[in-house]
Design a binder for this molecule. Sequence first.
Ligand code: ATP
Ligand code: MG
Length: 331
Amino acid sequence: MTTTEAPLLRVRNLRKHYTSPKRWLQPAKPAIQAVDGVSFSVARGETLSLVGESGCGKTTTAKSVMRLVEPTSGSVELEGQELLSLSPEDMRQRRRDLQIIFQDPYASLNPRLTAGDIVAEPMRNFGNFGGSAAAERRERVQWLFSRVGLRPEAAKKYPHEFSGGQRQRLGIARALALNPKLIVCDEPVSALDVSVQAQVVNLLMDLQAEFGIAYLFVAHDLAVVRHISHRVAVMYLGHIVEIADRDTLFSKPLHPYTEILLSAVPVPNPRTPARRLLLQGDPPSPANPPSGCRFHTRCPMAQAVCKEKVPELSERASSSQGGHWVACHFR
Ligand SMILES: Nc1ncnc2c1ncn2[C@@H]1O[C@H](COP(=O)(O)OP(=O)(O)OP(=O)(O)O)[C@@H](O)[C@H]1O
Ligand SMILES: [Mg+2]
């Protein structure tokens, strides 16, 4: 990866505010600012992870990139092409380069189709393996099954006959069917047993090495994030507060929120004393976020300025690949 190369995905100033319909004679509810001005890029073959507390806007960001929810404003460019202005049909065509896998593959796999048909379906829909190429399609399904570690006989089974790990492998096989350039992974291993998690994470990494796929990877588990990511973006209440390459972020976090988040991760070297910092209070509501720095109500370093002025996400002097960006008045 070189920093001069245009990124595969570039997201700028992305906003998604959920509004509820105005009810007669009732005051309008404030919009939920789930994602509020998020910018990042993902290079070809790179894994960028999004981390942060529940409700900080990771899934909304992931779905906005795919236009599974329609962003309120901003820009999402794939290979320089703006996705947010594409017609539904053009967007459908572009989706072959852009796939998603979810935490619960069961919810996203059609229970009435066999596993083989589930994987063949995108190929049929896009026609590039279609027409008289049924045999070719079948062959590719078999190849995809073997590539994700499923036995050929599994093609005849239905989703409910699979274990959680196998179902996620099936979801991955389907995502791979059209040779995507980017796969958005929303908590893909969070529901799996630890040993199965490792297998699926390693599978994703092998597939990346083989096919040069980029991942936008959403996860709670920082050990998984540390293993799989090239770069990591930390979100707090709809904002990105820090982005850096994985090693820099885990060894020299700058934002107080990142420090607290990482202090909860077990230290690999048992001789280094664990230094667990605690996050105080509940996250504020995204319908009524704090003024200035959104983290100031829970930040141990907060000063008067933090309440008044929104800190810009700006680059700090560093040797970090892609730069080390932080939004804090004091770091
Ligand atoms: N369809 C929706 N309508 C209204 N509010 C929503 C909707 N989807 C999400 N939200 C709200 O937007 C905020 C961000 O939610 P999101 O699901 O993106 O968070 P997340 O970081 O993925 O959380 P988790 O780690 O729990 O999956 C939350 O406050 C959530 O309640
Ligand atoms: Mg989520």
